[in-house]
Design a protein around this ligand. Sequence first.
Ligand code: C2O
Length: 551
Amino acid sequence: SITRHYKFDIKMQNVTRMCRTKSIVTVNGQIPGPRIIAREGDRLLIKVVNHVQYNVTLHWHGIRQLRSGWADGPAYVTQCPIQTGQSYIYNFTVTGQRGTLFWHAHISWLRATLHGPIVILPKKGVSYPFPQPHKEVPIIFGEWWKADTEKIISQALQTGGAPNISDAYTINGHPGLLYNCSAKDTFKLKVKPGKTYLLRLINAALNDELFFSIANHSLTVVEADAVYVKPFKTHIVLITPGQTTNVLLMAKAKAPNSTFLMAARPYATGPASFDNTTTAGILEYDHNPSATNSKSKNKKLPLLKPSLPVFNDTTFATKFVKKIRSLANARFPAKVPKKVDRRFFFTIGLGLLPCSQNKTCQGPNNTMLAASVNNVSFVQPNIALLQSHFLNRSKGVYTTDFPTNPPFKFNYTGTPPSNIMTAKGTKVVVLPFNTSVELVMQDTSIIGAESHPLHLHGFNFVVVGQGFGNFDPKKDPVKFNLVDPAERNTVGVPSGGWVAIRFLADNPGVWFMHCHLEVHTSWGLKMAWVVNDGKRPSQKLPPPPSDLPKC
Ligand code: C2O
């Protein structure tokens, strides 16, 4: 194992998309940002220097951060933001993980332009449990707004209304040829006949789950959220914000006389409006690798388009998600906690907050749109939770009474209750070290049934069950998959349904959990788990680094 150094300069950069130039926040002037490459076991030292007017933090999404919670990154959860002119070195070791993850800003909506791939290769000399690809290609999906995203979200939070939807989705930073004025910068993947390619798919979009497909090519899914899965073939991949999926693309044996469109567009189930457009890239075969004029020859070939499901195809989404199973073999055993120490039942969904006095709000009946877990709409504190926890000074910062069960009873997926007001709070769950947790998350459908990609920091969990309608605590657990459940860091709570996960709280610190649709996080669909230190020194969170930003 080695130590790898990166320097991330947060700076403004003029970028032109869809014929408009806009100044955006970037890392090193790039969009998507720089790729981080490491091997399992390596230490990463990433120096982040903030040259912009915004407060910034970066998060290494899916990295377990074993005993390195100070490097996790969510603002006011594990750290105070890096202020203008300041810097912070994120210092962590990649332990027991290999695959595709990504990094992104974890404050306000800066993730819109601050994100990039993390590629963790297996240890030297260790091979993949699938054929070695000829080439590996990150494909990162994003979302593009013509307007300033920081203004959009701050305005929405002030008025209580919904923020403006995006103007485009992107593949590796570009909307692609199906959008106005975007054809010439379309992402192009050139392949050689007969070769295998590993596509590292990352959904870094702010607010939309995506379907992805390549015309006339099937894809073999081999990994999800940096965990190998039982390989399966599919023409279409569903990927939620926060998820990463590795697929093998087998190029046809002989270069065909056409080029192929790769395309992504949203899977959306909520009541809100969304950007129903399609981002595209091009898959092009190398017809004559030795000829220098192969480019001009390719130009005349017809372009074939893939077919994608309709935007609300939950049947497809459900089928796809159920195919994802862990390898569960001798080399990669399934990590399923067999006993359960604590059970939680969380309702997940949208709700409303009262409009403050003398104000007009844009939510229904003069309310503010909000979102909650067990009816608690999380309020960000002014000091980071982890610091308060470490110093034993939680008073006035957070309370430890996060409800184990929802405070109301109703048919979660049927008619909404009369009171759909949520309560504000900065509440956490405290877990003793090594607690084995089972958590059922139920979509409340209060304002409308909606799929929510829930992301847990600091852990991978196994997805032991999912279903539609109301979770039945008697009948459903009997059917849980404890043999080869998917192991992930982000899972969709199905629209009008529930999902059950298990994880072992073996990582001391404060761990954020939230919907990875950024608008829902902004509205309060987030909470935190405090995992106490264990008895042994190897079970304790070390003290904070000296350069940890102050609030
Ligand atoms: Cu990818 Cu808390 O986020």
